[in-house]
Design a protein around this ligand. Structure first.
Ligand code: GDP
Ligand code: MG
Length: 592
């Protein structure tokens, strides 16, 4: 049986192709929000998301159109959140695939098509921004044909000017299949997202696949093995709107006093405790952090504040992990785990903005797998814990497959960049006459340096990068240590390939010389592999007091200078007798 009056769909697009704008027009057209409430891009609701123009947390909304209930499920737009995307897609039967009429098919468009096909979704291609003078819908149609999508099915829209929106809504009803609805089967509901609210706790967003769920039911989370009594079920309207029950085929939320996000992870299956399903929905995966870095308050007194802030953020973010760690150089802080670099930046920014914390953050690291000669196996997520060279039998590091899309003029520059970063060429495909996608196998370790910035600058911003994990490989890696004033600074240690170690050591020492301010005494900086010093430079002693420059007289200028000096002190960390600015910890990432 099918639930004939429901359509569940998502919108997938390369960044900036108009997903949020089209979603807004759809909400307007269906009267889901009145004009007065209409704030641009309702679905992107965190400040950070607005500023960065990306969707971090997925959102869902139920719309009424003609006699149908349409559930629009938003998906996060960044590779760090690939698993969340896959669960959101699993909650749908169809997808609007948005392509910018001027930009055409991009790397992310292709990745999205593959994902949608993997989940058996009906794809409705939407060529957006047809109002632009540079719009070329015919060229986009050709590109679609090359990807095996029937160009005659493409709809033309301008989300900005509200053109073609009705056609999109009609296509959703006509082309996307109604959901299967096995009402008399035991409850199975997919958790595709969740939010945290201090009153109701964790509120899972669910797609009911079979059975029904209502207030008073005893539910059971199959992966977490936890049971709860349901306090409320409802739909997104776009706020919470309570309903009597959610039945197979529907999308909505439930509240059940779930206090800990870790007990209700994305991808889990909710069933009925008294009448359980025999097996969970496929595809559950516990997301694992891929990138780790140390977070330290610049003021050691803020340690407790940082801990509480991390605990609060974690309530809403099951992928964030942290545990306390001590650095000889930086004092007490936390080792935090993230899905990727963007996730790391988001957490950092929220800690600084919402909790007014001043942080020193160490360079991100992946997890290395080390087998010692003794046979002991270690997983190392903090370079300073890397064993001594002579104890190591093998080291393995995570590799990714990259999808880099770029105009063909830059092929040479990008291939060189990938090869300089230990990339192994896999293949290259033309998307059209002048755009290609290049695949490389690369160590994740190289991707989390400033690779992305270099990629952008060597293609004048025209390249895009995506990647997926492909597992661990053995590599000849060593730990590069930095000694400041003859003391090793553990937080500046990094893991690098042996062949590049000397060169990187030299350039890092040179950079630190620029970044670390002069002190009253000479500060030597050394880079070393084990006992082998590969580079050394000296920061000469400071000669004059900063105020001497003011020739005594001008008081306000003096004050300004002092204030400036004070500002500069922020984000500095006293290490032994030397003050090291935050930039130093990130300089480790620059690989040229
Ligand atoms: P998203 O990243 O896919 O969510 O894209 P947005 O909806 O944020 O749109 C990216 C940019 O393109 C914004 O500046 C929009 O105003 C603009 N935009 C979206 N749709 C259209 C359109 O149909 N025509 C034009 N000219 N601009 C559009
Ligand atoms: Mg958007």
């Amino acid at each position: 049986m099918k639930n004939e009056n429901i359509r569940n769909f998502c919108i997938i697009a390369h960044i900036d192709h108009g997903k949020s704008t089209l979603a807004d027009r759809i909400l307007e057209k269906t009267g889901t929000i009145t004009d007065r409430d209409m704030q641009e891009q309702v679905l992107d609701n965190m400040d950070l998301e607005r500023e960065r123009g990306i969707t971090i947390k997925a959102q869902a909304v139920s719309l009424k159109y003609k006699d149908y209930k349409l559930n629009l499920i938003d998906t996060p737009g960044h590779v760090d959140f690939a698993y969340e995307v896959s669960r959101s897609l699993a909650a749908c039967e169809g997808a609007l695939l948005i392509i910018d009429a001027a930009q055409g098919v991009e790397a992310q468009t292709m990745a999205n098509i593959y994902l949608a096909l993997e989940h058996d979704l009906e794809i409705i291609p939407v060529i957006n921004k047809i109002d632009l003078p540079a719009a070329n819908p015919d060229r986009v149609k050709e590109e679609l044909m090359d990807l095996g999508i029937d160009p005659d099915e493409a709809l033309l829209t301008s989300a900005k000017e509200g053109i073609g929106i009705t056609e999109v809504l009609d296509a959703i009803i006509e082309r996307i299949p109604a959901p299967e609805a096995e009402l008399d089967q035991p409850l199975k509901a997919l958790v595709f997202d969740s939010i945290y609210n201090s009153y109701q706790g964790v509120i899972p967003h669910i797609r009911v696949v079979s059975g029904t769920v209502k207030k008073g039911d005893m539910i059971y989370l199959m992966a977490s093995e936890k049971k709860y009594e349901v306090d409320e079920v409802g739909i997104f309207n776009p706020g919470f709107k309570e309903v009597d029950e959610l039945v197979a085929g529907e999308v909505g939320y439930l509240m059940a006093g779930i206090k800990d996000v870790r007990n209700c992870r994305v991808g889990d299956t909710i069933t009925n405790y008294h009448k359980p399903a025999s097996k969970p929905l496929p595809g559950y995966k516990k997301v694992q952090p891929m990138v780790f870095s140390g977070m330290y308050p610049t003021d050691n007194n803020d340690y407790k504040v940082l801990q509480e802030a991390l605990e609060k953020l974690q309530l809403n973010d099951a992928a964030l992990t942290f545990e306390s760690e001590t650095s000889e150089a930086l004092g007490f802080g936390f080792r935090c785990g993230f899905l990727g670099l963007l996730h790391m930046e988001i957490v950092q920014e929220r800690l600084e903005r919402e909790y007014d914390l001043d942080l020193v953050i160490t360079a991100p690291s992946v997890i290395y797998k080390v087998e010692k000669k003794s046979g002991e196996e270690l997983e190392i997520e903090n370079p300073s814990n890397f064993p001594e060279q002579n104890e190591i039998e093998t080291v393995a590091e995570p590799f990714v497959k990259t999808y880099i899309s770029l105009p063909e003029d830059y092929i040479g520059a990008v291939m060189k960049l990938c090869e300089d970063n230990r990339g192994e060429f896999v293949n290259m495909k033309y998307l059209d006459e002048n755009r290609v996608v290049i695949n490389y196998h690369m160590p994740m370790n190289e991707i989390i340096t400033d690779f992305f910035n270099q990629l952008k600058s060597s293609t004048r911003g025209y390249a895009t990068l995506d990647y997926e994990q492909i597992g661990y490989r053995e590599s000849d890696l060593v730990k590069l240590d930095i000694l400041v004033n003859k003391e090793p600074v553990d937080a500046l240690s990094t893991i690098v390939h042996r062949d590049n170690a000397r060169k990187l050591g030299e350039s890092l020492a040179r950079k630190l010389k620029e970044i670390i301010p002069r002190h009253m005494f000479k500060v030597p900086i050394q880079a070393a592999i084990g006992n082998d010093v590969v580079a050394r430079v000296n920061i000469p002693a400071q000669r004059k007091d900063v105020l001497q420059k003011c020739y005594g007289g001008d008081v306000s200028r003096k004050r300004k200078l002092l204030e400036k000096q004070k500002e500069g002190k922020k984000r500095m960390k006293q290490v032994g007798s030397v003050e090291i600015p935050q930039d130093a910890f990130m300089a480790v990432l620059e690989r040229n």
